[in-house]
Design a protein around this ligand. Structure first.
Ligand code: ADP
Ligand code: PHD
Length: 461
């Protein structure tokens, strides 16, 4: 069971978590728990780490540490009054360490990827002991451990590490071996490289931790507990009529997550797919709802379009120039240079005349992408490039789209009726078609397709 930041954000949330775990264990299940940091704590750690390298005077670290301490101690006192001394002492030692590292970063004016990763893993280092103590307070035997101690061995890439396959046997030995006796609470979002360096798994990476641990212990099911009833036809914060999907395939879910459905991290599906373990998304605040099951072969569904994702704040880059026509190796040059600059290209589309290549990247990577393309231009491979930083990517997902005539016609007709101009189209797989619109049209585009396909209506049994 993985509980996200919104599920462990305060004492009331943690009381729900304890009830869910206790009830399931009392029903005879063996459970490993993976937790995120309390909501917003990772953001605060990132902001502070970046602040301390720039500030000229001694940073106000005491105020930061005091506010983090009081938030966590308040929750600890409420959920585990019998363990305040024991866990309080542990939290204090972690806060001391955090404070020392932040001060060192400030003194050196240097934040290496390694120290940044260590700092931003502290949210989970503080939340897991509290949740484990809350379980003990409720009579559930429990211990807590870091992602490293749980056996997650990574490839060493900071801020986006991948777990190595050897992790599974290690997790079985270190976490699986405990399950008959107790509920281990593993700190999500982190693992260790072979040299012992802490490596985080990328933002929202605790879903991935949950799936790695689930695969390691050969779980019957990986449960992602969050703050919505399941995977919905689109982000309910954008379209309130969005409806919970009963079941969805790994591939469909992968496309949805990759294109912005925050409810599951796309990488979390990889360990589950490898071991064919169903992933169930459920609501910590409404546990009786069955949620959504993500499986290899979902139940038959007559729907052509199942869900729509939206990524806002994206950038469209258009590369053009007659030099490109018919010349082999131009695309290779462009994408190799971008990759070397660490730029992740989300979508690509090439004009039939071979005169233009359009691509989508995130706004944060725009500067890096522009420098890389300037290099390609300098070498004479392209003549021009320009960009639009105000675009949104809409992604339509559904296994039923494969081989159904007229799907694209229906989608784009709906957009035409709504008066929305499409700037780029890309069909990346049989279960997904993505297109790009102006940022201001993004939500309207999602709504137009949601309505066109009546996604608010219940699925047929
Ligand atoms: N298609 C979708 N279905 C469900 N939730 C979605 C979808 N797209 C985006 N979301 C958002 O994802 C949120 C859950 O993810 P997140 O905030 O990362 O939770 P957690 O803290 O549990 O990891 C939901 O509150 C919802 O607003
Ligand atoms: N705490 C980390 C990891 C994580 O997965 O969090 P959440 O489950 O709240 O998305 C982050 O904020 O990125």
């Amino acid at each position: 069971m993985k509980f996200g930041g919104t599920s462990v954000g305060d004492e009331k949330c943690i009381a729900n978590v304890v009830n869910i775990v206790k009830e399931s264990r009392d029903a005879g299940n063996e459970i490993a728990v993976v937790v995120s940091a309390m909501t917003r704590v990772t953001d605060q750690l990132i902001a502070t780490a970046e602040e301390v390298i720039n500030c000229k005077q001694k940073p106000a670290l005491d105020a930061f540490i005091t506010s983090i301490r009081s938030r966590h101690m308040k929750v600890l006192e409420a959920v585990a009054p019998d363990y305040v001394d024991e866990i309080g002492e542990y939290l204090e030692s972690r806060l001391n360490k955090l404070s020392n590292i932040l001060l060192a970063v400030h003194n050196l004016r240097e934040l290496t990827p390694r120290s940044r990763d260590y700092i931003i893993s502290f949210g989970e280092r503080l939340s897991a002991p509290i949740i484990s103590a809350a379980l003990r307070q409720a009579g559930v035997p429990s211990c807590y451990m870091s992602g490293c101690d749980a056996g997650i061995l990574t490839n060493g890439v900071h801020n986006g590490a991948t777990a190595l396959p050897e992790s599974y046997a290690r997790i079985q030995a270190r976490v699986g071996a405990l399950l008959t006796e107790q509920v281990p609470v593993v700190m999500g979002y982190m693992g260790c490289a072979a040299d012992g360096a802490v490596t985080t798994l990328g933002r929202s990476g605790s879903d991935y931790s949950g799936a790695i641990v689930g695969a390691g212990i050969d779980a019957d099911e990986i449960l992602i507990w969050t703050d919505v009833d399941g995977v919905m036809t689109t982000d309910p914060r954008l379209i309130p009529e969005a409806r919970v999907i009963n079941s969805i395939s790994f591939l469909e879910m992968m496309e949805m997550s990759y294109f912005g459905a925050k409810v599951i991290h796309p990488r979390a599906l990889v360990p589950a797919m490898q071991k064919n373990i169903p992933v169930r998304v459920k609501n910590t605040f409404n546990p009786s709802h069955p949620g959504t099951v993500v499986i290899r072969e979902p139940h038959a569904d007559k729907r052509i379009v199942k869900a729509i994702s939206l990524i806002q704040n994206s950038c469209l880059i258009k590369v053009s120039g007659a030099v490109m026509a018919g010349k082999p190796g131009v695309a290779g040059e462009i994408f190799t240079t971008l990759a070397e600059a660490g730029v992740n290209v989300m979508l690509i589309s090439q004009g039939s005349s071979e005169m233009t290549i359009s691509m989508i990247i995130t706004e944060e990577q725009l500067d890096a992408a522009l420098s890389a393309l300037a290099e390609v231009k300098q070498k004479g491979f392209i003549r021009e490039f320009d960009f639009d930083r105000n675009v949104a990517v809409v992604s339509v997902v559904g296994a039923g789209m494969a081989g159904t005539y007229g799907t694209l016609g229906r989608i784009f007709h709906g957009l035409g009726v709504a008066g929305i101009n499409v700037m780029m189209i890309s069909q990346g797989s049989e279960v997904n078609v993505s297109f790009v619109v102006k940022q201001a049209d993004g939500i309207r585009a999602v709504r137009a397709i949601h309505e066109e396909y009546h996604l608010e209506e219940e699925e047929e049994a």
